[in-house]
Write a protein that binds this ligand. Structure first.
Ligand code: H79
Length: 441
């Protein structure tokens, strides 16, 4: 008798594994990771930080590639990095004020410079620069104190390492020798990942990027994923490879697009069953860019957050700190405003799942328990017609003010009449709470 459930769940895991979205099987197999994924789905809002040697040149994190800077001159640039105003407490406090629940920071970007203490190379912030401090350690400690989770962005692509060979689509003009040992490079990455997963306490997970540089290469993914999951069973693997999820992965992330959209041109339209995330720049740059003034407005940022939540996805919103370690004031202002909005409306976002109505032209729905939150993002009128809902609506009100919302429910759907006045039509998001009649189990 006692063996039967074990066998059943083994069979279940095996059958899930064969469906190609094998990552989800881990949910039931490893309780720590199942809980971490739940936490992640509830968190909804994170801060992405792109910060490194490239920040000095203020042209984004691809400057080494775009300006064809060779390894030698870039190494000199790296030796000048000295962000004296870096203050982990201030960064984490800002993320918290914005209503963010986690931070994902570049531990090492494509330029190959390690922003943390590592024994695998001297090309790192502690050994190579006058700064000599480990900002990731300071951030990890501060996140622990302020209750945020910290994820490490880790580039698989490297424009500096001699063993990144054969070269992929990028990094051709760096003046490196034409030769190298690929398996030694993979060992190097595993040793750095081991450091990131052992020296910083419990972390949220690893956010991989750059595999698309050499799509056909053997990245030894399963070995690396197993290493990560062995070192931190609750650590999530978030791969930005722009493909459907592969075995061992925990989150499907979309770059500059809501799940399912592909305006960026490189995202997949295959949405798996893992937790989802959208990463987004606040202007048009990830790394610091002094002249990029194309900042999204506060209502636009709120819309992205709500649109993501309505699709079951988190929003990972980027900031590109300046080379002195400060965050640009344009970003600070916007983050504080979004945080102010969340202080009122967070209950319709955090801990929710996508609602019963799929995304519509006027907005989206989120849901928690018997409550459905109707997010009216783009609709000028008071009257709004919804498609049929799975249960009877027993109450309807405006989320922020509690004002009554008139409801007429028929076979054709649910007609809402929103209250007049209050300037609500100009709000970035008019949120209506519908209470559905509880379904008895
Ligand atoms: O870290 C940020 C970017 O630096 C990095 N990901 C975000 C989070 C990134 N850079 N570029 N991309 C992601 C998009 C990749 C574009 C590609 Fe291509 C188009 C990869 C393959 C085709 C550019 C053109 C690189 C190779 C060919």
């Amino acid at each position: 008798m006692t063996r039967a459930p074990g066998l059943m769940s083994l069979l279940l895991v095996a059958s899930l594994t064969q469906r190609g979205l094998a990552g989800q099987a881990v949910d039931s197999a490893v309780p720590e990771r199942g809980a971490a994924r739940q936490w992640y789905r509830d968190a909804k809002f994170g801060m992405f930080i792109h910060w490194g040697v490239y920040s000095l040149l203020s042209q984004g994190e691809w400057v080494m590639q775009n300006r064809e800077i060779a390894v030698g001159p870039y190494e000199w640039l790296a030796s000048t990095f000295d962000p004296v105003k870096f203050d982990a407490r201030a960064w984490v406090a800002l993320a918290k004020a914005a209503g963010m629940r986690y931070i994902t920071i570049t531990a090492r970007h494509h330029d190959g410079f390690s922003m943390f203490a590592t024994k695998a190379t001297t090309y790192n912030i502690v050994d190579w620069t006058p700064f000599k401090r480990d900002p990731l350690k300071e951030l990890a400690d501060e996140c622990g104190r302020q209750g945020l989770k910290l994820f490490f962005y880790y580039s698989q692509l490297d424009w500096h390492h001699p063993d990144y060979w054969p070269r992929g689509r990028t990094g051709q003009k760096t003046g490196r020798l034409e030769g190298g040992d690929w398996s030694r490079y993979l060992d190097f990455m595993d040793s750095q990942l081991t450091e990131l997963l052992t020296n910083y306490g419990p972390i949220g997970g690893i956010w991989f990027d750059g595999m698309w540089d050499k799509p056909a290469a053997d990245w030894r993914l399963q070995r690396t994923y197993a290493l990560i999951h062995r070192l931190q069973p609750a650590g999530l693997i978030v791969p930005n490879h722009h493909q459907a999820p592969l075995p061992g992965e925990d989150v499907q992330t979309f770059e500059q697009d809501l799940p399912g959209a592909n305006t960026a041109g490189f995202n997949t339209d295959q949405i798996g069953r893992l937790p989802l995330e959208t990463s987004l720049t606040m202007n048009d740059s990830w790394g610091f860019n002094l002249t990029d003034r194309r900042y999204k407005s506060v209502p636009e940022l709120i819309h992205y957050l709500v649109q993501a939540a309505g699709r079951d996805a988190n929003l990972l919103l980027n900031v590109g700190p300046r080379p002195d370690g400060t965050i640009p004031p344009e970003a600070v202002e916007r983050l504080r405003e979004v945080g102010r909005w969340l202080a009122t409306y967070g209950g319709s976002i955090y801990g929710t799942r996508r609602g019963p109505i799929p995304p519509r032209a006027w907005g989206v729905t989120t849901a928690r328990g018997d409550s459905v939150f109707v997010h009216v993002l783009d609709w000028p009128d008071r009257a709004l017609a919804l498609p049929p809902l799975p249960a009877r609506v027993v109450g309807a009100s405006m989320f922020a003010t509690g004002e009554r919302v008139e409801v007429r429910q028929s076979e054709a759907g649910v007609a809402l009449t929103l209250p007049a006045g209050g300037g609500e039509a100009h709000d970035p998001d008019r949120v209506v709470v519908l209470r559905l009649k509880a379904r008895r189990n």
